[in-house]
Design a protein around this ligand. Structure first.
Ligand code: CA
Length: 223
């Protein structure tokens, strides 16, 4: 299997590269986020080991663009213990798994093995909650078996909601995840798109399961 390691500390990159090569994989590394993103998008890789703190472009931004372009590509995040907590563990950025530094090689190798085979890779392309089924690969969306046609942004917004069922999501989280804006442009773009989604998801007389959470944002109701 072809594995790309994106890690700016040469000693760690080398350690991972040698270890995974010894397991029979074809491994190469990129030493910054820009090169890592470019290669992960262009090259035919089966799995990416991605450090969070990287020069050029940080690991979470790289992860976000990989998720858009290659939804089923397994990505294992590497993170120093102090960076993990809320940023990686709490917020689901779409990582398949993560390993905290310092780590034993066996731990990483076990996770790589787990994600290179097995059904996770297939299952993780489908998001399901509240009677809605969204396939990230075929981009087919259904509610209670009825197909729903969404624009690209509506699709991404719904995918983001489906990754966090039952959880209140702020407008700024949605702007960041769906539009890649890490600032509030002062528009009502989120409200507008939630409105579009609600109309499209309201099938067979059932209202869309997207609730407004006052002074926060929105929540996908998952009964
Ligand atoms: Ca680093």
């Amino acid at each position: 299997m072809r594995i790309l390691v994106v890690e700016d500390e040469p000693a760690i990159a080398d350690f991972i590269e040698r270890g995974l090569s010894a397991e029979g994989h074809t491994v190469s590394s990129a030493l910054d986020g820009i090169e890592g993103e470019r290669r992960a998008l262009l090259e035919d890789v089966d799995l990416v080991v991605l450090d969070v703190m990287l020069p050029g472009r940080d690991g979470l931004s790289v992860l976000r663009s990989l998720r858009d372009a290659k939804p089923s590509l397994p990505v294992i995040l590497l993170s120093a213990r102090s960076e993990v907590t809320d940023r990686v563990a709490g917020l689901d950025h779409g990582a398949t798994d993560y390993v905290t530094k310092p780590f034993a090689f066996d731990e990483l190798a076990a996770r790589v093995r787990a994600h290179l085979r097995g059904p996770e890779q297939v299952q993780s392309t489908v998001l399901e909650a509240a009677g809605i089924r969204l396939d990230l690969l075929t981009r087919r969306v259904e509610r209670d078996g009825t197909q729903i046609h969404l624009s690209a942004k509506e699709f991404e917004l719904l995918a983001f909601l489906l990754r966090h069922p039952g959880k209140a999501l702020s407008r700024s989280q949605m702007l960041s995840a769906v539009w890649g804006m890490d600032f509030d442009p002062g528009t009502n773009i989120v409200e507008v798109y939630v409105g579009y989604l609600r109309r499209k998801l309201a099938t067979s007389g059932r209202p869309a399961p997207i609730e407004t959470v006052r002074s926060v944002g929105y929540r996908l109701r998952d009964d």
